[in-house]
Design a binder for this molecule. Structure first.
Ligand SMILES: C=C(O[C@@H]1C=C(C(=O)O)C=C[C@H]1O)C(=O)O
Length: 373
């Protein structure tokens, strides 16, 4: 824009005048962008027709955000700038078609935080009581996409999510990472010294285990369905004068009007959770992708070795391997493998073809853009 080349004025009234003028230009441009998105929707409808139109394009959004970060010259930081564009795209997509996003609820969970980070704020929130309900909501078409936690850097894998993929035809369309900070929360009318029970999701209790052992060795730890639910229960208990604390995050703390007794109590300061976006679509390559596979291995010596050897020989970088017991045979296993690349890439396709010869089942759970934000 021509204005960026002009000298910056140095008096308050002139600076504000400049800001007002820039704002009005930004506003016109944002609406021009929104009109283009509306037009994109018309073209998609004309080309794809009816029920099957795919409005949300994760690969395109990842490319837009990566380009924003690459060309950014400051003074705003890359991530800050990308967050602004994240929301602009979210608003544009909502004009094309409002997206209903199911996530592991209730309101205030880290999964909701992850959903907002990935899709922006212009979505319709659909909190679900359990991970398999998120899958069902998307499978039935009641929600466009779902968001579920899949692994935590301290506590490892979320088994419910991996197990849900066994019988689901949903595809992974994206991933998002979120730094997780936990706080010990009580209702404002409760004296924290009276606390006898601490509620949280089992993963959160585990992520704060050493801290709890040290500071709350005598409090009983009670696992509930989510940390937002723990916060809700602590607020409810507070109303009847019962001293129950919850471990939950910032959003749940605000939502349920609780007080922080202690902040950032997670054992590891880099505590991060990875979430998956599940939907009904195959995502084309974005240029920087990951693929997740579910593999049922034959129960015989060297079975795992033969699977992994294919990755090594084709130079495909495996980023994760999880094992779950197979429900079909007593000592059979299901492997979940993540690797760098898209299933349409030549080397990745070669690996998948070989795995199909060596395993009893290979299911491509999806190829999707590496998390940008
Ligand atoms: C505009 C499009 O539709 C959606 C909105 C996008 C945007 O605002 O840039 C990008 C991808 C889609 O999720 C598109 O497909 O290009």
């Amino acid at each position: 824009m021509s204005n960026s080349k002009q000298a910056v004025p140095d008096t308050l009234p002139l600076l504000r005048e400049r800001i007002d003028s820039i704002d009005s230009q930004i506003q016109i441009l944002i609406n021009e962008r929104a009109s283009c998105a509306q037009k994109v929707a018309e073209v998609k409808l004309a080309e794809q027709g009816g029920e099957s139109v795919v409005f949300y394009r994760p690969e395109r959004e990842a490319q837009v955000l990566r380009r924003v970060m690459e060309r950014n010259e400051g003074p705003l930081g890359n991530e800050e700038m990308a967050k602004i564009f994240r929301q602009v795209m979210s608003s544009c997509l909502a004009l094309e078609k409002p997206m209903r996003i199911a996530f592991l609820g209730p309101e205030g969970t880290f999964t909701q935080q992850a959903a907002l980070k990935h899709f922006g704020k212009s979505i319709v929130s659909a909190p679900m009581a359990a991970i398999d309900e998120v899958f069902r909501e998307v499978e039935s078409g009641a929600a466009n996409y779902g968001v579920v936690p899949v692994e935590n850097s301290t506590e490892g894998v979320v088994n419910h999510t991996l197990d849900s993929f066994r019988d689901s035809r949903l595809k992974i369309c994206g991933e998002v990472e979120e730094r997780i900070h936990h706080h010990l929360l009580v209702s404002p009318n409760i004296n924290s010294e009276d606390v006898t029970h601490i509620y949280s999701h089992q993963q959160s209790l585990a992520q704060c285990r050493a801290w709890l052992d040290r500071y709350w060795p005598h409090a009983e730890r009670i696992a509930v369905s989510s940390n937002a639910e723990a916060a809700r229960l602590a607020a409810e208990a507070g109303r009847s004068g019962r001293a129950i604390a919850a471990i939950a995050g910032e959003v749940a703390c605000e939502l349920y009007g609780l007080l922080k007794v202690s902040s950032n109590i997670e054992d590891r300061p880099d505590n991060t959770t990875r979430f998956l976006i599940v939907g009904n679509q195959d995502v084309p390559p974005s240029g920087k992708d990951k693929t997740s596979l579910l593999i049922s291995a034959k129960n015989e010596p060297g079975a795992l070795y033969r699977l992994l050897e294919a990755f090594e020989r084709h130079g495909v970088d495996m980023t994760r391997l999880e094992t779950r017991p197979s429900l079909m045979s007593r000592w059979g296993y299901i492997f979940y493998i993540d690797f760098v690349g898209h299933y349409l890439d030549e080397d990745c396709r070669a690996v998948i073809d070989e795995l199909r010869e060596r395993a009893s089942e290979v299911k491509v759970l999806g190829s999707y853009p590496v998390a940008v934000l």
